[in-house]
Design a protein around this ligand. Structure first.
Ligand code: ADP
Ligand code: ADP
Length: 237
């Protein structure tokens, strides 16, 4: 069952300089991501990966084409409906994007507060998430007191707080050393297996894809030049 589907999607930006050429960030991309997959999107810097993420997350409209998320055509929604779609997608980032002035607990509680959860429900959910990511003893710590791997585990807990069906990981391990990268990837695998969350992994690192993904799309100059099972795509001579 498809959970994210792009059909002939193009995203262009106006020329950077007057009289310059239009930037084609995503060029006629079609992509199907099945529910429960860990789907990798790999490509060099400038390939269009971040733009693709912003399109799927409904942060920017596509110039052409259609995007379905969880059965809904997001290219034809009101701002209010778009907010609901965004609520169903968790995000984690290379630089973690934690609130430095908030404790670990408050960082994880933040999206639940926004969603209007009661204090008792928030406390219970945050405790559960802290245990899941192995940071029960860090609830009162501030981000600067944590290692990179611990910060990303907080990021994962926050992203999962409202039980989204989809988790978008945008270069989520690119700031981490190899050992920590593998710990974070192992945690993402548990998120996928134990909670059934579909994970979209954006990276420029082949290793990351080979460690965790089952399917992959290779992007180059805005286009998907190859997609399929990881072992097939990467077994070509
Ligand atoms: P990646 O994430 O793979 O590094 P991006 O999606 O960031 O690639 O960028 C793809 C192309 O689109 C690049 O040429 C980039 O300069 C251009 N681009 C991205 N965002 C914008 C924007 N907001 N305005 C203009 N050009 C952009
Ligand atoms: P600033 O005020 O410096 O722009 P914020 O404190 O608003 O930063 O946000 C810090 C970072 O956390 C930003 O990069 C933002 O994208 C991210 N962020 C904000 N709200 C959320 C949220 N609910 N879930 C995940 N990330 C968020």
């Amino acid at each position: 069952m498809t959970i994210v589907s792009l059909t002939d999607v193009t995203k262009t930006y106006p020329p950077a300089a007057k009289g310059g050429a239009e930037v084609i960030a995503v060029d006629d991309v079609s992509l199907d991501i099945d529910r429960g997959d860990i789907f990798g999107i790999i490509g060099y810097s400038g390939a269009g990966k971040s733009t693709l993420v912003r399109l799927v997350n409904a942060l920017e409209p596509a110039t052409r084409g259609t995007i379905h998320v969880d059965g809904v055509d997001i290219t034809a929604l009101s701002e209010r409906e778009l907010r609901r779609v965004r609520g169903g997608i968790g995000m984690i980032f290379q630089q973690f994007n934690l609130f430095s002035s908030k404790t670990v607990k408050a960082n994880i509680a933040y999206p639940l507060k926004l969603a209007g959860w009661s204090k008792a429900d928030i406390d219970a959910r945050v405790d559960e998430l802290l245990r899941f990511v192995g940071l029960a003893d860090k609830a009162k710590a501030y981000p600067e007191q944590l290692s990179g791997g611990q910060k990303q585990r907080v990021g994962i807990a926050r992203a999962l707080a409202t039980r989204p069906a989809i988790l978008l990981a945008d270069e989520a391990t690119s700031a981490l050393d190899p050992q920590t990268t593998h710990e974070v990837l192992a945690l993402l695998k548990r998120v996928n297996e134990e909670q059934g969350v579909t994970i979209i992994v954006i990276t420029h690192e082949m290793d990351v894809i080979q460690t965790i993904a089952t399917k992959v799309a290779v992007m180059e100059h805005g286009r998907v030049i190859e997609q399929g099972d990881v072992f097939e795509v990467f077994s070509d001579p």
